[in-house]
Design a protein around this ligand. Structure first.
Ligand code: 3HC
Length: 285
């Protein structure tokens, strides 16, 4: 099956990044937000990213205009009626996602593939809200989407081989390396990354070293682009807490259990970079 028309539900950091990358890769893209204000904020973020590319000489002004010409914002799900694939990147809330997929299932033609960008929710539970379990997979991108080279294709117990192959080829057409994983919380990357980040918080909590020395240790000792506490702030402490709880609930292993300090920071509303404070403080810039 050939994918030409792409739908993206959600124009936040992840959905906007996915829409941007798809439009840059030549696809006709419809991206949907729940109201005009959020839609305009998301589209402005994409324009800002593209403008930076032009300023760096990575893209010409006319190329930017062409990319923007392929990108259509909407607040209506009906706009997905002619899409070949719909990528969903909305809030990590299972009842909301199931309701959304139930509506999309009625709007989209039978051939449309559905792919969720969830980081940790179970894909088959979303697929079960539709009559197209065979054409339903996970397609998990990494932040920042335009820069990170990976996409995880998540195959449920009901996904057909041809759907997995089509989505894998689609991810490759976005210039991502596509890896395939089973439908268990965290897939491959977060299954390994989340316990590592939680461990870094635990050793900080027990006073092993300063936050800077823990981060420098992994940044300079292992050549990671960011130390674990900086990365936790970057991912969002609320997100990390949410994923850790889901993984702990599924596997019942202590290494996935969010440490006390993480819970306290989340309860205090200190989510990291997005709120200006987490393990570190960030200026509004
Ligand atoms: N949006 C779009 N592009 C961005 C960006 C953003 N928020 N931040 C940085 N970039 C781009 C820059 O434009 C630049 O692009 P270019 O190479 O084409 O010019 C490139 O990223 C590098 O940026 P900078 O030179 O400004 O900065 P750094 O070299 O310090 O890199 C970083 C920034 C790419 C964020 C790097 O620190 C990094 O790779 N950090 C680790 C990120 C990571 O691990 N992400 C995965 C998180 S886990 C996840 O997403 C899964 C989820 O389920 C939790």
């Amino acid at each position: 099956m050939e994918i030409r028309k792409v739908g993206v539900v959600g124009c936040g950091l992840m959905g906007g990044g996915i829409a941007q990358v798809a439009a840059q890769s030549g696809y006709d893209v419809v991206v949907r937000e729940i109201n005009e204000q959020l839609l305009n904020a998301g589209l402005d973020r994409i324009k800002g990213n593209l403008r930076r590319n032009v300023q760096k000489g990575q893209m010409s002004e006319s190329e930017m205009e062409q990319v923007l010409g392929r990108l259509h914002g909407t607040v209506s799900l009906e706009s997905f009626a002619d899409r070949d694939i719909v990528l969903e990147a909305v809030i990590e809330n299972m009842p909301e996602k199931r309701q959304l997929y139930g509506e999309l299932d009625k709007i989209c033609p039978p051939h449309t593939i559905f792919a969720s960008n969830t980081s940790s929710l179970t894909i088959i539970e979303m697929a079960a809200a539709t009559k197209r379990q065979d054409r339903f997979v996970g397609l998990h991108f990494f932040n920042p989407v335009p820069t990170m080279q990976l996409a995880e294709v998540v195959k449920t117990i009901s996904s057909s081989e041809s759907t997995v192959e089509t989505v894998k080829r689609f991810a490759e057409s976005l210039n991502k390396t596509a890896i395939v994983a089973k439908d268990t919380p965290g897939f491959i990357v977060n299954r390994l990354l989340v316990p590592y980040l939680l461990d870094a918080i635990r050793v900080y909590e027990e006073g092993l070293a300063t936050r800077e020395d823990i981060d420098d240790g992994m940044r300079l000792g292992c050549n990671h682009p960011m130390g674990p506490l900086t990365l936790a702030d970057f991912v969002g402490l609320d997100t990390l807490y949410f994923i850790g709880n889901i993984m702990f609930d599924e596997f019942k292993e202590p290494r996935f259990a969010p440490p006390t300090l993480l819970k306290r920071l989340v309860l205090a509303g200190q989510y990291g970079r997005k709120t200006g404070k987490g393990f570190y403080e960030y200026s509004s810039k």
